[in-house]
Design a protein around this ligand. Structure first.
Ligand code: ADP
Ligand code: DP6
Ligand code: CO
Length: 329
């Protein structure tokens, strides 16, 4: 097989990954935990071809710059080296998620690319090993190999910093995504976390508390204690943003409508609806809720946001290969 297409879903972290201890191998400062999402995903096709003289990268039908293609080349080189393949590749990808807007496109992107390159190169490593490859494209992609709730253990080396699926999230778990702004962010996650690690006096506190936060949320998931899980997720997100605000210069992903969304969720809680916010490196707000209450929450959020800004999603599955039929669509 010299070509393959794979679908990977995005994931939103409940305990955030923020900061690298090794930038070359994408080893994180702290372990993290996420929920894979059904409605947001990337489809990526990879074909190794002896006739090509350089890698080609097409995203959403548009040929990408040398810089963007360079990231793909560097990533595919991992597979070429291991599989003993020297051919260049044609990569075509479609994001069913806004690109670089804080909705985790890099997670679904590199999980899909890793999945397709794994098959197309003939390497065929197992999913756990594949998650260590995906990590080297984008840290958050480590977790998108699997569905449901997924833990990314920070590990001690490139080999043992991988993802583990811990729960299918099939107990009435959902998210309402509030698309505050779909445009590309000015500061990428990569630059944002680097600047925080290097300059924020609050960063040591982030690292010092992250492992305890993870163990609390894992207990909450085991106990199926939704409130305990939600409170911890909201706390982790706010703490990450606090560490960024204290960076020099400060990193601010919030927009006025992000605050509107957070306050709307606080009001919903006062009305007895159990839901919690999380935010990534971007202005968009995600509301963790009971899937059965997502419709009601969406209706209430319509007081503040337009219908087309609100998306309900349940938990997503792990990566899967697409059939020829699905590809043609
Ligand atoms: P996000 O919040 O969307 O994850 P990041 O700053 O982490 O934002 O990553 C965005 C970058 O991920 C893009 O600039 C691009 O380099 C890469 N990316 C996004 N989608 C794809 C894709 N489908 N295939 C390959 N790379 C992608
Ligand atoms: C805030 O995985 O996008 O979404 O590893 O540099 O590619 P790189 O960064 P990325 O960072 C994600 C940061 C986050 C939190 C998370 O997903 O855990
Ligand atoms: Co990202």
């Amino acid at each position: 097989m010299t070509y393959a297409a794979v679908r990977a879903h995005t994931n939103i972290a409940l305990i955030k990954y923020w900061g690298k201890r090794d930038e070359e191998f994408f080893l994180p400062m702290n372990s993290s935990l996420s929920l894979t999402l059904e409605k947001l995903y990337t489809d990526t096709f990879v074909q190794f071809d002896e006739e090509l003289t350089e890698d080609l990268f097409i995203l959403n039908g548009k040929k990408q710059s040398e810089k963007e293609t360079g990231k793909i080349t560097r990533f595919l080189d991992l597979f070429r080296a291991q599989a003993g393949v020297s051919y260049r590749a044609r990569v075509a990808s479609i994001n069913h998620v806004p690109t670089a807007a804080g909705l985790a496109s890099s997670a679904s992107a590199f999980a899909a690319l890793a999945g397709a390159a794994n098959i197309a190169s003939g390497l065929n490593v197992d999913l756990r090993t594949l998650s260590t490859y995906a990590r080297q494209g984008s840290g958050s992609a480590t977790r998108s190999i699997y569905g449901g709730f997924v833990e990314w253990n920070k590990g001690t080396s490139s080999e043992d910093s991988f993802a583990i699926p811990i729960d299918e999230a099939d107990w009435d778990i959902g998210m309402v995504i509030i698309a505050v702004n779909r445009s590309e962010k000015k500061v990428s996650s990569r630059e944002g976390m680097k600047q925080t690690v290097e300059t924020s006096p609050y960063y040591p506190a982030w690292v010092a508390t992250a492992e305890d936060d993870l163990s609390v949320i894992k207990d909450a998931i085991k106990e199926r204690n939704f409130e305990k899980m939600g409170e911890m997720a909201e706390h982790s997100a706010m703490k990450m943003h606090a560490s960024m605000l204290a960076a020099k210069p400060p990193i601010l992903y919030f927009e006025p409508a992000s605050i509107t969304a957070i306050q709307a969720v606080q009001k919903l809680r006062e009305q007895g609806i159990s839901c919690y916010v999380t935010m990534d490196a971007g202005p968009n707000v995600k509301v963790l809720c009971r899937l059965s209450q997502a419709g009601l929450i969406k209706e209430k959020l319509k007081d503040f946001f337009k219908e087309e800004q609100l998306l309900i999603t349940g938990p997503g599955k792990g990566i899967r290969e697409l059939t020829e039929d699905e590809l043609q669509k």
